[in-house]
Design a protein around this ligand. Structure first.
Ligand SMILES: [Zn+2]
Length: 289
């Protein structure tokens, strides 16, 4: 897509019911070439459809953002790496690729609805080595619907203990669900009993195409080892959210692409700013310096 086509797409996302001039209510406008503004044909007011959005104050061209989103939603891998973006899109620096990718991950994390899994659910936990410290262990909790929509959730937890694992189960698992988990984890068993949630200890009867939460967690670990070597605790959850997003939206990748662009246009830059505590100035981060 050309820069102009991307800008037109942003306008369509921004005004799904069609453009209305905030000053005179007119519907007709011109696009000012080379500048990211539109001009009302009736009263000549200049409007910036990108103002305040995740695209504003970015020095990167729109089509670069669009290309990254396309790569992300079409990749056979659940999580793409900044290295891949840097190489394939011929960016000026690795840092630029990393910052852009992280920003897109933020809008996904920020906007994707939090779901509660239903039906038969598999639950597992995996300790991640190399993140956190000896005294500050990091674990990933995963739950997967093994029937129907087969939706997934992944959550990073620091210092996993009974309390925060139970908290995760409470947030992610519907009370009418049946949970399949490691029978050795007695506290999970007890919690499920206490909450009158049905449980099973085997998944054997689900056949060859069965996608186990265990396999998914291994895949996440593999991804973290290959290309995400420097992922910190802070950014791990965003990695997981990207994984979950591409997994849960795998049946319609065009829709997933449109969804992310929609999030980009409609998420306020201020939300990102308050989520980040940059050591350098925010502008230098956006510019990828
Ligand atoms: Zn007007």
């Amino acid at each position: 897509m050309t820069e102009e086509e991307c800008f037109k797409k942003v306008i369509n996302i921004k005004y799904p019911e069609g453009f209305v001039c905030p000053r005179c209510r007119s519907n007709a406008y011109w696009v000012k070439p080379g500048r990211r503004i539109i001009i009302c044909r009736s009263c000549r007011k200049e409007i910036s459809p990108l103002s305040g959005s995740m695209f504003s104050r970015s020095h990167l061209p729109l089509n670069l953002w669009f290309n990254i989103v396309e790569m992300m939603t079409n990749s056979p891998d659940r999580v793409i790496t900044a290295k891949t973006i840097f190489k394939e899109l011929g960016l000026g620096s690795y840092r630029t690729a990393w910052e852009a990718l992280n920003k897109i991950r933020f809008v996904i994390s920020h906007n994707e609805p939090r779901i509660k899994l239903k039906g038969h659910i598999e639950f597992d936990e995996m300790v991640i080595n190399g993140i956190g410290s000896e005294y500050n262990k990091v674990s990933i909790l995963g739950a997967l619907e093994i029937e129907g929509k087969k939706r997934l959730t992944l959550q990073m937890i620091k210092n996993p203990d009974e309390m925060n694992i139970k908290d995760y189960l409470k947030k992610k698992i519907d009370k009418k669900a049946t949970v399949i988990t490691d029978p050795d984890k007695l506290y999970i068993h007890n919690w499920l009993v206490l909450n009158r949630i049905k449980q099973k200890s085997s998944v054997k009867h689900y056949g060859a195409n069965f996608m186990s939460i265990h396999i998914i967690l291994q895949d996440v670990r593999y991804g973290l080892r290959n290309g995400h070597h420097s992922v910190s605790e802070k950014y791990l959850q965003r990695n997981l959210d990207e994984y979950v997003f591409t997994f849960n939206n795998n049946d319609d990748r065009t829709k997933a692409y449109e969804k992310v662009l929609n999030y980009m246009v409609n998420t306020k830059l201020t939300a990102y700013r308050s989520a980040e505590i940059p050591k350098r100035s925010f502008l230098s981060i956006i510019a990828g310096e």
